[in-house]
Design a protein around this ligand. Structure first.
Ligand SMILES: [Zn+2]
Length: 367
């Protein structure tokens, strides 16, 4: 009999908990992971949210997290999580955008390295960079191999840091919000400048969200084969669960076996104290229903990501994801609503592959 969520219906249903399961009890029902898990990609922040994340992490076997927060929030995270959190140098998106993505980021990279021991820098290269920087000087910062990006990479390299890169977004976004290819480029176009940077800077490089293309394992294999300094993380739970679940189990196992040691577990969980305040009716009506409005909802939000990912990797579950995925409605509003979810396919990975995915690959990469 295949794995099921036995506690369905015991809690109110929500976008982060469509079946109303008890995420405490479900954690105990999962098989013990063969190794303590390292989350290589998350955004753990917030004085009130961090203890809630920590409870979920303890229950789901997550030992250590690599977190991206703005520099001014790093002391708080360090105080609350100590050695459990490692920092990935990250720009301050809330400050003046022009400055924070140019000289401000140089200062932030240096400070993350010097004050917080960061050994990775996050280089963000989503297609919507083109919405943030327009006009004649956009070329200085928008292409991934543009002058400002090279300065950031040169500084990081001089400090002995490696790189994490967000290179592309889901195919569902290229079919909708990025359908204007003249403005955003095609999905494949996003990889031209990445390849230039992979060749120029030895890294190593971690391409987030299954390298931006979990939809196409053959493409990822060609990228990994061409660039021996490239690693991938599995973060962006909704996207990665939706797209990896479309592949046959044999294809996923073959991929993970071929690239063993180069695929890192990550969640992309975002924790913030904004998840702990009640929302107005207008905020509740927002289609991004995965916001939370109090401690229990925040716990469900964070725990849901670890449960969905571990269910996919470890069990033989065959059913819908417990997490609503608004991309389905965005692509096909006639068939889906805000609470629709894709299939979640349990891959029941053998323990040796799980070991490398959950801890071995990061341990080797980070020495
Ligand atoms: Zn992220």
């Amino acid at each position: 009999m295949s794995f099921t969520f036995a506690t369905s219906g015991s809690r109110p249903a929500s976008a982060a908990n469509r079946f109303g399961v008890d995420y405490h009890a479900e954690a105990a029902r999962l098989p013990a992971p063969p190794v303590r898990i390292l989350d290589a990609h998350a955004h753990i922040n917030g004085a009130k949210a961090i203890p809630i994340w920590r409870e979920a992490a303890d229950l789901y076997g997550i030992d250590r997290v690599f977190t991206m927060v703005r520099l001014s929030d790093a002391p708080l995270v360090k105080d609350l999580l100590g050695d459990r959190a490692r920092f990935i140098a990250f720009p301050d998106f809330r400050a003046d955008r022009e400055k924070s993505m140019k000289e401000g980021f140089l200062a932030d990279i240096q400070a993350f390295h010097d004050r917080f021991g960061a050994r990775i820098v996050k280089l963000w290269n989503a297609p919507r960079m083109r919405d943030f920087f327009e006009g004649p000087s956009a070329g200085d910062v928008v292409p991934f191999d543009s002058p400002w990006r090279i300065r950031h990479a040169q500084l990081a390299e001089s400090l002995g840091m490696m790189f994490m890169v967000h290179v592309a977004d889901p195919d569902t976004w290229f079919a909708t919000k990025y359908s204007n290819a003249a403005r955003y480029g095609t999905k494949l176009d996003q990889y031209r400048s990445l390849r230039v940077m992979l060749d120029r800077f030895k890294g190593p490089w971690i391409a987030a969200h299954m390298g931006g293309w979990p939809e196409d394992l053959a493409f990822l294999s060609s990228l990994l084969a061409a660039h021996s300094n490239l690693y991938l993380d599995t973060s962006a739970t909704k996207w990665v669960v939706r797209e990896l679940s479309r592949h046959p189990r044999e294809a996923v196992i073959e991929f993970l076996t071929r690239w063993r040691g180069r695929i890192l577990f990550g969640s992309d969980i975002v924790t913030t104290d904004e998840h702990l305040t009640p929302k107005t009716e207008a905020q509740k009506a927002h289609p991004m229903g995965d916001l939370a409005d109090g401690p229990e909802a925040a716990f469900d939000l964070y725990a849901s990501r670890y449960l969905a990912l571990r269910t996919m990797w470890e069990t033989d579950y065959e059913g819908e994801s417990p997490i609503a995925d608004p991309d389905l409605m965005m692509v096909d509003p006639a068939r889906h609503d805000a609470m629709s979810a894709p299939a979640l396919h349990g891959f029941a990975l053998p323990p040796d592959l799980l070991n490398d995915l959950y801890a071995g690959a990061v341990a080797t990469l980070m020495g």
